[in-house]
Design a protein around this ligand. Structure first.
Ligand code: SP5
Ligand code: ZN
Length: 351
């Protein structure tokens, strides 16, 4: 299998996140990308392909132009505000968010002038810091996804994109959940619109991919199917319920399979079958797999009772459907076992 990765991920090197008010070490760290890359280089049967820059157009096809403008200039503006305050910061985390009820009965929102307030205006939680290298890493992750997609559209049966930062929590006009740009959604949209093909996104990250769902909620050309921890107890809490099935032309093209806290491998694979049946009925030309391995039983912030062998089964099950597949990295936070779990899926797929 050919794979794509970018050195630019290392420029996005956050130190901390805020979890229930407590400052903790960041889980979405540089070592995640490096460990997977090192393992791919050492494993037989994997060949690295250079990243091809695809520019801003495929990004703007999915994301609000104002969000893209904000992300591209955010660090300079934040650094200027911090300098004015006499503070030297390596990263900034938002601490003010636009609750939709704030302006009840008061008319439209305005984007704030202050860069720290704008950080909250465009985001939704406190684990997604902005740093000097964030924008180039986020852009490179999109190029990684689009390059892997090009390989599959040109005939590779599967390709892996080592996207870091991940993408599936980034909505059309909102970032967060460690995600800035939605790599999988941009890849799926580019494939669907440039080739006129039907695309299914299968999201197996522990967390519901609220961003990918929102981006495609009203569309019938891209199916979004997700198997994830029930939002009743898991992040991101506000989406991923079984009764969310799309809207308008997109009705029926969103499928959510929430799973219980005590989910074991057998229950997980049953849930996966539900998602795969809807994909089968949709009959896509291309599958984009949002591959989070934070469903691993030992994951430090997530975990759904899957083992490394479960990930091999997942890879074999997807390969059995025989669809051209773009595999893109999302979450997975057990640093010592992350690479082996990703490799288990890829090897299971056929390596
Ligand atoms: C791509 C992806 O996997 N994003 C996940 C973002 C999760 N953000 C933090 C969730 C907070 C969960 N708190 C768990 C407490 C463990 N000590
Ligand atoms: Zn996740």
């Amino acid at each position: 299998m050919r794979f794509v990765a970018s050195e630019h991920h290392r420029g996005h090197d956050p130190a901390t996140e805020v979890d229930a008010g407590e400052v903790v070490g960041i889980y979405e760290c540089v070592a995640r990308g490096d460990s997977i890359w090192t393992a791919l280089d050492a494993a037989p049967g994997y060949e690295s392909v250079p990243v091809v820059e695809h520019g801003l157009d495929p990004i703007r096809a999915v994301h609000d132009a104002d969000l893209v403008r904000f992300l591209s200039t955010a660090w300079e503006e934040l650094a200027a505000v911090m300098a004015q305050r006499g503070q030297d910061r390596r990263q900034v985390i938002a601490d003010l968010f636009p609750n939709p009820r704030y302006r009840d009965g008061m008319g439209e929102w305005r984007e704030p002038d202050n860069a720290v307030a704008r950080l909250g205006y465009w985001s939704f939680e406190t684990a997604t810091p902005m740093l000097a290298g964030t924008w180039s890493a986020a852009r490179a992750a999109v190029d990684v996804a689009l390059t892997a997609t090009d390989l599959v559209l040109a005939g590779d049966r599967a390709a892996y994109g080592l996207c870091r930062p991940p993408g599936h929590h980034a909505a059309s006009a909102m970032f967060g959940g460690y995600c800035y740009l939605n790599n999988a959604a941009i890849a799926a949209d580019a494939a669907a619109t440039t080739t006129g093909s039907r695309v299914a996104v299968l999201d197996v990250d522990y967390h519901h991919g609220n961003g990918t769902q929102q981006i495609f909620y009203g569309r019938s050309d891209v199916l979004y199917a997700s198997v994830h921890a029930d939002p009743a107890f898991a992040f991101p809490a506000f989406s991923g319920f079984a009764d969310e099935t799309g809207t308008g032309r997109g009705l029926g093209a969103t499928v959510n399979v929430p799973l219980p806290h005590d989910c074991d491998e057998a229950r997980y694979l049953d849930g996966l079958e539900v998602a795969l049946e809807t994909i089968e009925r949709f009959a896509p030309d291309l599958l984009v797999l949002s591959l989070g391995v934070d469903t691993y039983e030992l994951d430090p912030i997530a975990g759904l009772g899957l083992t490394t062998e479960s990930f091999a089964k997942l890879g074999r099950r997807l390969a059995a459907d025989g669809r051209p597949t773009v595999i893109l990295q999302e979450g997975g936070y057990h640093l010592d076992h992350l690479a082996r779990n990703v490799l288990a899926v890829l090897d299971g797929f056929g390596g």
